[in-house]
Design a binder for this molecule. Structure first.
Ligand code: AMP
Ligand code: MG
Length: 389
């Protein structure tokens, strides 16, 4: 466990380069403030806080949702920053425990999965109702490339155990028969969402406005896997928490492939968010310069994978085959205000490729950047405005 977390931590710190006013960081790793009392605790989670003089940021790192959480907080004093940071961690742990983990019996997704095949279905909370509605709309719009019903297949691949750059001794890709069996339980077209006391609902209204609850019916064996939107949901929740904290002036929160920027810095300079180079994850391919609050979500074949005999099996699966998507894309970054959709879109766009992916992102008003297998970078116009090599 310790080893896994350590590997995951270093890999995921490399996955997205955070530059909060330190564009020269260079090496592609988010850096602890110079002179800060950085230390590793027993879990390999670096818990650091350090001031950098008046108005400087406070930095914290920990783990949640199977990934590294890095927080850079601008607040008047350390007490405020530390208090917010602890609140954000509690929120993330609670979200995993109570909502989205498919492993923990305490979570809503676990209970929803356990209801698969039952006649009575499962009455979702209002927030998971909204989330599943957004996910089914994205499934439709992505022509099935994005599909949160792939749980039986993702478990077969044991994706949760993979960390970037790890070679898993004894790993064998699942055989065709097992894969086909699991694939048979998947497909968002097979799930039904029914408004209590009304007809089926499928993307009928904006999820943001949904307050009512839906009853979910899944066929026997179907399993939800919210891995593609979990971090985006977390970003949304942290944004809401920040909105309740006027004592926090600015923040950059990084959670695996998702980054949230909020507010501003005392010196008025913009946020600088680096995008990892898929060909050398210790380097960045460029920097996004951003003002105010944004969500930046990245999906790539370098984030979680195993390599066996020179073949890379990565964690973004093609719902048509149940196998890692064969794509000429190495990484996709989505920039938008909505963290949940940004996270879902980066996964969908990885599978769809730049042509369809750009069109899908545009439909959501999102900016997109694709790093192609031949090294080219393709970007939407809005992304070009904020991206510099
Ligand atoms: P992300 O890193 O946000 O691109 O999400 C990848 C995670 O989402 C994987 O680890 C799986 O748990 C899940 N996943 C894999 N393929 C898909 C897919 N085609 N649609 C939705 N979720 C997926
Ligand atoms: Mg995603």
């Amino acid at each position: 466990m310790k080893l896994f977390l350590r590997t995951a931590m270093s890999a995921l710190m490399a996955a997205v380069l955070l530059c909060c006013g330190c564009a020269d960081t260079g090496a592609g790793m988010a850096r602890q403030p110079e002179g800060g009392p950085g230390a590793e605790d027993g879990d390999g989670a670096r818990k650091t806080n350090a001031g950098q003089g008046a108005g400087g940021p406070w930095q914290y790192a920990d783990t949640a949702m199977g990934t590294v959480v890095q927080q850079t907080i601008y607040a008047a004093d350390q007490e405020t920053a530390r208090d917010f940071s602890a609140q954000a961690m509690e929120l993330l742990w609670g979200l995993e425990r109570e909502k989205i983990s498919w492993r923990l019996e305490t979570s809503e997704v676990y209970r929803a999965n356990a209801s698969a095949g039952s006649e009575e279905g499962f009455l979702l909370s209002a927030d998971l109702s909204a989330l599943l509605e957004s996910c089914t709309l994205l499934w439709e719009r992505s022509e099935g490339a994005f599909d949160v019903t792939l749980g039986a297949v993702t478990r077969l691949w044991d994706i949760d155990k993979w960390a970037a750059e790890s070679s898993q001794e004894g790993f064998e890709p699942p055989g065709g028969e097992l894969l086909n069996q699991a694939l048979g339980t998947c497909g968002s077209q097979k799930l039904r969402l029914v408004e209590e006391g009304s007809a089926d609902v499928r993307s009928a209204e904006s999820s943001a406005s949904r307050e009512s609850r839906l009853r979910l019916f899944m066929p026997e064996g179907m399993r939800l896997d919210l891995g593609a939107v979990g971090k985006g949901l977390a970003m949304e929740r942290i944004s809401a928490l920040l909105a309740e904290r006027p004592d926090v002036d600015g923040a950059v929160i990084s959670l695996g492939g998702s980054i949230l920027t909020y507010g501003g810095k005392p010196d008025g300079t913009p946020w600088r968010v680096g995008i990892v180079n898929p060909f050398d994850t210790a380097e960045s391919i460029g920097i996004l310069t951003l003002e105010g609050s944004w969500c930046v979500s990245t999906s790539g074949d370098y984030e979680r994978y195993v390599e066996v005999d020179g073949v890379r099996y990565h964690h973004i699966l093609d719902p048509k085959t149940g196998a890692p998507a064969v794509s000429d894309v190495r990484g996709v970054t989505i920039l938008m205000k909505d963290g949940l959709l940004g996270d879902g879109l980066s996964t969908a766009c990885f599978i769809l490729g730049p042509e369809k992916g750009m069109a899908l992102a545009a439909r959501y008003g999102a900016e997109a950047l694709f790093v192609m297998a031949d090294g080219r970078i393709e970007m939407s116009d809005g992304m070009k405005d904020v991206f510099r090599k």
